[in-house]
Design a protein around this ligand. Structure first.
Ligand code: ADP
Length: 319
């Protein structure tokens, strides 16, 4: 393989830039040329493709977002759209493509591979919901952003003796809520993978209050329900001064943590190695701190599992 492409797609995440840098530098190290596809699959179809040099990815390892921009494209879900993409890749002499993104982006990479164009998927999303890897690029940074917010909210919650409901991202996965809740010492964590009982939650809060607890923090994953609705219901049931904070898109930004930069560097470089070895149609990941790769089609069909042992621990530590 003499020339590869790289694109970022779907929701952005901190560390995508570090992954792009790793792809570019690793490829050039092996005398492989790299072309950046700007604007995800949209840019692929329209041929928004430019050659990247060593210097093109200088000074980006610490930046959030993605220098290649990202986009969502309905047209690319069609065979015609995918063919348009492949035509552009062929036109530029590109022989393999690294796709950095979430599960939707993986489906696009899978579709291209099925049509004979080798792609390797790199898991870039804050949600940590990609099968075939224990961690996705951006999760650790988002987690730290959420913990920073929880710590600040805790200060004001204590001063005013309030109950705070904090809604966090994660789509259908509870990882951000669970990890941030455990690290932030939340009283209650609601994740989509587990049912909850509103009466039990209200009772626990009341008992804590009777014991002299000055505040309560409840983390609600966006995949469970709206934090605003939950807060309303909780206030009606407990009569406590209850406030809601929806953290929103701030969770997707910011300078990537060291852990995310290292993960992005390792996964990005591994993706290039696979293409050089002639192995398309793979998805790279990390398990027990070892790099792994799976058939991208198989990876997509594996279930994503939240750590329920950790969920139980969070309950035991917040009595
Ligand atoms: P993420 O990659 O963060 O999960 P999306 O789900 O929005 O984000 O997917 C990003 C893009 O990937 C979509 O806009 C679309 O262009 C492409 N994509 C998603 N699903 C498919 C599919 N089944 N076939 C081909 N392309 C897809």
């Amino acid at each position: 393989m003499k020339r590869i492409g790289v694109l970022t797609s779907g929701g952005d995440s901190p560390g995508m830039n570090a992954a792009v840098r790793a792809v570019v530098r690793k490829a050039i190290y092996h005398n492989v040329e790299v072309y950046g596809v700007y604007g995800g699959y949209s840019g692929l179809m329209t041929g928004n493709i430019k050659k990247l040099e060593l210097g093109s990815v200088g000074d980006i390892i610490h930046r959030g977002g993605t220098m290649l921009y990202s986009a969502r494209s309905e047209e690319f879900k069609t065979k015609e759209g995918q063919q348009r993409g492949i035509e552009q890749l062929n036109k530029h002499g590109i022989e393999g493509l690294v796709v950095i993104g979430g599960d939707g982006s993986y489906r696009g990479a899978k579709a291209l591979t099925e049509q004979g164009f080798p792609c390797v998927g790199v898991p870039g999303t804050i949600d940590n919901d990609i099968p075939g890897t224990e961690f996705t690029i951006g999760f650790d940074t988002a987690l730290n952003t959420v913990i920073d917010a929880i710590d600040k909210i805790r200060d004001t919650a204590t001063s005013h003796e309030r109950t705070f409901v904090i809604e966090v991202m994660g789509r259908d996965a509870g990882d951000i809520a669970l990890w941030a809740g455990l690290a932030g010492g939340a009283e209650t964590i609601l994740i989509p993978e587990e049912n909850y009982d509103m009466n039990q939650i209200a009772e626990r809060l009341k008992k804590g209050h009777e014991r002299g607890k000055k505040h309560s923090i409840i983390i609600v994953a966006e995949g469970v329900c709206s934090g605003v609705e939950f807060g309303k219901q909780l206030k009606e049931m407990t009569n406590f001064d209850t406030r809601v904070s929806v953290l929103g898109h701030m969770q997707r930004g910011g300078s990537p943590t060291a852990a995310d930069r290292v993960l992005a560097s390792r996964l990005g470089a591994r993706a290039v190695e696979l293409l050089i070895e002639g192995k398309g149609g793979r998805a790279v990941g990390i398990e027990r701190n070892e790099l792994v790769d799976y058939d991208i089609i198989q990876a997509l069909s594996m279930p994503h599992k939240v750590d329920l042992g950790m969920y139980q621990l969070s309950k035991e530590l917040s009595i």
